[in-house]
Design a protein around this ligand. Structure first.
Ligand SMILES: Nc1ncnc2c1ncn2[C@@H]1O[C@H](COP(=O)(O)OP(=O)(O)OP(=O)(O)O)[C@@H](O)[C@H]1O
Length: 268
């Protein structure tokens, strides 16, 4: 089966004046079609950058990226834009950026659809609690805009949904409704979901977690068990709960044991 997303050695460097910021270094990641994945990690780790790359809104500085078997890191921009419109739903971090401010919620959904489907529009507005709301999107609260942005991203039943903190501005009840909508869409249409989140309810609902630390895939979890991922050339990132045992600069002796290695601190 072709993976929905395949990242191979992705590097992303931002150039800000004379400074270069390495946001991602050697990210290898495969998301199978129909999988639902939460991207976790501390602030500044590179999660949003990875999502922007998957959405084709950024080009990687190095490495290769495939979406549904097409190498997007090499596609001309117009082809990439067409592919995004046809197959990908994107929810950016600032919800207003996903919306047309002078259009009503229903109009926003209609603009997003490639084929008009009034039933789907009604159903989505109902699901995000905006049925009957006729104010322009620009006049909605942050939470309402966020719920509408998720609905807009799902208006075309995308093959791939990419969402950056889709519940960050929502209270518990609306957050649940949005999570349920995403989960149900994934189950019903086989939509692949990758969502950056700090919300535990979202990562629980999505099932697979990928933790980005310092621009790399540091850990992966399924069904609650978090496993450290061995990167290129054997690189490992210790989870924060072990930092006090092996603080930065520690010298460790690596000892082979039956099913792996043990790391033992050696006092200088
Ligand atoms: N446009 C940009 N220009 C320069 N540096 C940037 C730009 N966007 C992000 N960065 C830097 O790249 C690194 C990764 O940023 P990114 O937003 O991807 O992290 P994040 O994990 O999504 O963080 P958060 O959880 O705070 O959103 C950070 O050091 C950030 O300051």
């Amino acid at each position: 089966m072709t993976a929905a997303v395949r990242c191979q050695g992705i590097v992303q460097i931002y150039k800000a004046r004379e400074l270069e910021v390495v946001a991602l270094r050697d990210v290898d990641l495969v998301v199978e079609e129909g999988e639902t994945v939460a991207l976790l990690g501390p602030s500044g780790a590179g999660k949003s950058t990875l999502l922007w790359l998957m959405a084709g809104l950024l080009r990687p500085s190095a490495g290769r990226l495939w979406l549904h078997g097409t190498e997007v890191s090499r596609l001309p921009q117009a082809t990439l834009d067409r592919l995004r419109a046809a197959e990908i739903g994107v929810v950016l971090q600032n919800p207003a950026r996903n919306l047309i401010p002078y259009a009503t919620p229903a109009q926003n959904l209609a603009f997003a659809q490639r084929r008009p489907d009034r039933r789907r529009i009604g159903e989505l507005l109902e699901r995000v609690g905006l049925a009957g709301v006729r104010r322009p999107a620009g006049g909605l609260s942050g939470g309402e805009q966020q719920r509408l942005a998720v609905a807009v991203a799902l208006a075309n039943r995308p093959r791939l949904l990419l969402a950056d903190e889709p519940t960050s501005q929502l209270d518990l009840a609306s957050g649940r409704a949005v999570i349920e909508l995403i989960r149900q869409t994934a189950a019903e249409y086989g939509t692949t979901v990758v969502a950056v989140t700090h919300d535990e309810a979202v990562s629980r609902a999505l099932g697979r977690t990928v933790t980005i630390r310092d621009g790399r895939v540091g850990a992966e979890g399924r069904r609650g068990e978090d496993l450290v991922v061995v990167g290129r050339e054997g690189a490992l990132q210790l989870p924060p709960e072990y930092h006090h045992l092996l603080p930065p600069g520690s010298r460790v002796r690596v000892e082979a044991i039956e099913d792996g290695v043990a790391l033992r601190r050696v006092e200088p």
